[in-house]
Design a binder for this molecule. Sequence first.
Ligand code: ZN
Ligand code: ZN
Length: 83
Amino acid sequence: MSIICPVCNGFYRLNLTCSCGSPLEDRGRLEDYAGPYSPYQGLKEDLFPEEETFESPEASCVHLMSCRDCSKDERVAVTQREA
Ligand SMILES: [Zn+2]
Ligand SMILES: [Zn+2]
């Protein structure tokens, strides 16, 4: 039994729209990014400002979404599930 992210595994795509109206592009898992986007460098407060919002951080695969038009970045926590 393993926990997988349905988005990473192609079960569905994130279809989100930026506040400017353009579609947000999925840049993949945030964990794949090094440096300033490192998930272990104080980002958790950013991602999970209220603990009750998410069941648990470990159960989520955080994707970085970005807008081509206005360069806005959005972090989206995808709930992982058992495979
Ligand atoms: Zn994922
Ligand atoms: Zn935008």
